[in-house]
Design a protein around this ligand. Structure first.
Ligand SMILES: *[C@@H]1O[C@H](CO)[C@@H](O)[C@H](O)[C@H]1NC(C)=O
Ligand SMILES: *[C@@H]1O[C@H](CO)[C@@H](O)[C@H](O)[C@H]1NC(C)=O
Ligand SMILES: *[C@@H]1O[C@H](CO)[C@@H](O)[C@H](O)[C@H]1NC(C)=O
Ligand SMILES: *[C@@H]1O[C@H](CO)[C@@H](O)[C@H](O)[C@H]1NC(C)=O
Ligand SMILES: *[C@@H]1O[C@H](CO)[C@@H](O)[C@H](O)[C@H]1NC(C)=O
Ligand SMILES: *[C@@H]1O[C@H](CO)[C@@H](O)[C@H](O)[C@H]1NC(C)=O
Ligand SMILES: *[C@@H]1O[C@H](CO)[C@@H](O)[C@H](O)[C@H]1NC(C)=O
Length: 596
């Protein structure tokens, strides 16, 4: 739709020029000259874009004269001023802002100078991995319905199962398919094997099924059989095969890697590839550059936390705003979460080999909802927190400290819990959904919802009880937590000031309890919000006493306006969106009528 709108607008602009041949050059010239001075409207456009998209915008500027452009823009303005129409996900919204200077040729209003700003929100894309290592999953067509209900537009599968590929036909979902490691040998050996595979598994279903990526091999460095040397030859053969049928520009070829491909990932600036892999990595990176393909990596802050809970805090792994920042001593870059640190370690490793222009794509990341007894981090709450914050991070396009503002695409692992995966308990429990399609926790795919992450979820232990200071926490830790809650945490701490109801008993523990609880209630009442470096604990007993009333679940006070950027009220836009969906395809017709 966005593209259509562009074409329509451009077209109307051109036709407008065509209708005003005499004034064309002078008006266009004036417009080009005045545009740099339209500071005010640029500022308002930027502000509006932030409100509308909550993210970064790329602006496109249309300058010109002409009745159709004038008419089109006026119609848009008439119907809603600065206009936006959103698509089902926040990743692809589009709007117009206009500014016109009339009467440049004052005898003819029609040749007024029109300036149109068309902006498109560009944000990282969030997809989902549809792993099928289970014997109890729904049929592919049911799964496709589920994916569409979630408005997910990007899906990764691990093979080229024909039933699955067929099920995605005509859904608008972009599919990443995979060549399993077991197929690398035949694919690397003979071009004809690849051609046959393309002929049988891809071409009959393309483009009805929008296959956009083929991953050749997955995490080969983790493979029990040494297939690393086969990856690049297989990638080249797939490329040759696609080229023969003219699809090499439409379908991107890459291969996924685990973070184990690095010999060092901390600090991020010291990120370096393990030199034992250079024999296949160098040619692969060259292949990726030649074909403008991304470097694909699977990132799991969960394992970093689980393997070393004493060195990696849960807050840091979960993108929690309360986490202690980690500063890279070489660059001075400040890391507030582990995901960014891992992405940057890859970036610095690529840079060290002089491949810094390669785009990094995260083809798997996520958090398990259940684990073995010792896997204490594997809970639905933590999984929801990680994925919610991840989506927000990606959609907001904040980039990483080394590449601020860089959009990064991620695929969340995984759609379902998969009961046939070997290994520890958590391995089988990475899903957002149970095999019966009921959700394990809710996830806001737009990344723009309220910060209260438990909204709409049925998390059993969320939104219950209170949060107080743990009785055995040290004074210093309590003081830190208290300072944090009343400062950056945005809690209203007036009740614990002298002569206020919660001042007595005047102890650190009592004051901290009050502040911790307020923070907890305002931030979704999940266990992350009651962490405070381990000094907070949840309780089911109301800690209120005398006239000192502790905030309780549901009594959320709106004292934390500041934590999120304003999100436009969606209630007003849907019918407008529908209107524009109808209007835009009509534009070319109107324009055609004008010419004739
Ligand atoms: C894997 O195979 C390649 C080439 O066949 C070899 O260079 C490499 O050392 C092998 N790696 C391991 C871990 O055996
Ligand atoms: C590099 O990879 C080799 C082969 O897999 C492995 O034996 C070695 O431990 C790795 N080195 C580091 C520093 O991770
Ligand atoms: C934590 O980090 C220290 C120093 O970097 C290291 O010696 C120790 O082994 C790490 N602990 C764990 C559990 O990884
Ligand atoms: C988006 O990122 C900017 C920094 O780039 C940050 O200030 C803002 O709070 C973020 N918004 C959300 C909703 O996370
Ligand atoms: C939460 O659970 C209740 C009943 O247990 C159900 O009616 C409701 O639909 C559930 N809400 C969500 C968002 O799943
Ligand atoms: C504090 O006490 C709780 C039990 O009341 C215990 O689980 C926890 O490990 C203790 N923490 C410290 C730091 O001693
Ligand atoms: C929250 O917003 C309301 C109105 O929008 C405003 O009156 C109030 O001062 C704000 N509170 C904070 C803490 O910013």
């Amino acid at each position: 739709m966005a593209r259509l709108a562009f074409v329509a607008l451009l077209f109307s602009l051109l036709v407008g020029e065509f209708l005003e041949p005499r004034s064309y050059s002078s008006v266009a010239l004036i417009c080009i000259v005045v545009v740099p001075f339209l500071g005010r409207s640029l500022v308002s456009a930027t502000t509006a874009s932030r409100v509308l998209c909550g993210t970064r915008i790329r602006f496109f500027l249309f300058v010109g004269s002409g009745v159709i452009l004038w008419w089109t823009l006026n119609l848009f303005v008439l119907l809603g001023g600065n206009h936006s129409f959103h698509h089902s996900t926040s990743q692809d919204c589009f709007f117009f802002i206009w500014e016109k200077k009339r009467n440049i040729n004052d005898h003819r209003k029609m040749s007024s100078c029109n300036v149109a700003f068309a902006g498109q929100c560009f944000a990282g894309k969030v997809g989902i991995c549809y792993g099928r290592n289970a014997d109890d999953l729904p049929a592919p067509d049911k799964v496709v319905q589920l994916i569409q209900q979630q408005s997910v537009k990007y899906v990764r599968i691990y093979d080229t199962n024909i039933d699955v590929i067929k099920a995605f036909a005509n859904t608008g979902v972009e599919l990443m398919v995979g060549v399993p490691n077991a197929d690398l040998l035949p694919f690397a050996q003979y071009q004809s094997n690849v051609d046959t595979w393309l002929k049988n598994s891809i071409l009959p279903y393309y483009p009805a099924t929008m296959i956009t990526y083929i991953t050749v091999g997955a995490e080969v460095t983790e493979s029990p059989v040494n297939v690393s040397a086969l990856v690049v030859p297989a990638m080249r053969n797939v490329h040759t095969g696609l080229k023969k049928v003219g699809l090499h520009k439409k379908i991107t070829i890459s291969s996924t890697h685990s973070l184990g491909i690095l010999s060092r990932s901390f600090p991020p600036s010291a990120g370096a590839f393990n030199s034992s892999y250079a024999y296949f990595l160098k040619p692969m990176l060259e292949f990726l550059v030649e074909n403008q393909a991304p470097f694909m990596v699977d990132l799991y802050p969960y394992y970093a936390y689980q393997n070393s809970p004493s060195n990696v805090s849960l807050n840091y792994a979960l993108f929690s705003p309360q986490s202690q920042d980690v500063i890279d001593p070489n660059t001075g870059l400040v890391y507030t979460n582990m995901f960014d640190a891992q992405v940057d370690s890859i970036f610095f490793a690529l840079m060290a080999l002089n491949f810094k222009t390669l785009k990094i794509m995260v083809t798997e990341t996520g958090w398990p909802n259940k684990g073995a007894v010792k896997e204490t981090g594997a809970t639905p709450d933590n999984a929801q927190t990680y994925n919610t914050n991840l989506v927000r991070h990606v959609v907001n396009d904040s980039g990483t400290p080394a590449k601020p503002g860089e959009e990064i695409d991620v695929y969340i692992f995984s759609l379902f819990n998969e009961n046939r995966k070997p290994g520890i308990e958590s391995e089988r429990n990475w899903g957002l959904f149970f095999p019966d399609q009921s959700s394990i926790y809710s996830l806001d795919w737009t990344g723009r919802g309220n910060v209260d992450i438990t909204t709409g979820g049925n998390i059993t232990n969320a939104n219950v009880g209170w949060c107080v200071a743990s009785s055995n926490a040290s004074e210093a830790d309590l003081q830190n937590g208290l300072n944090w809650a009343c400062g950056p945490g945005n809690v209203d701490c007036s009740a614990i000031q002298p002569s206020q109801p919660c001042y007595q008993p005047d102890t650190l523990a009592s004051h901290a309890s009050y502040a911790f609880n307020s923070y907890y209630q305002q931030n979704g009442a999940n266990d992350v919000a009651c962490d405070f470096g381990g000094t907070g604990m949840r309780t089911t007993k109301d800690p209120s006493y005398d006239t000192c009333v502790y905030m309780a679940a549901g009594s959320k006070m709106s004292t934390t306006n500041s934590s999120t950027s304003p999100v436009p009220d969606a209630s007003s836009s849907p019918q407008m969106n529908r209107f524009f969906s109808l209007l835009l395809p009509m534009l070319p017709i109107v324009i055609a009528a004008r010419i004739l």
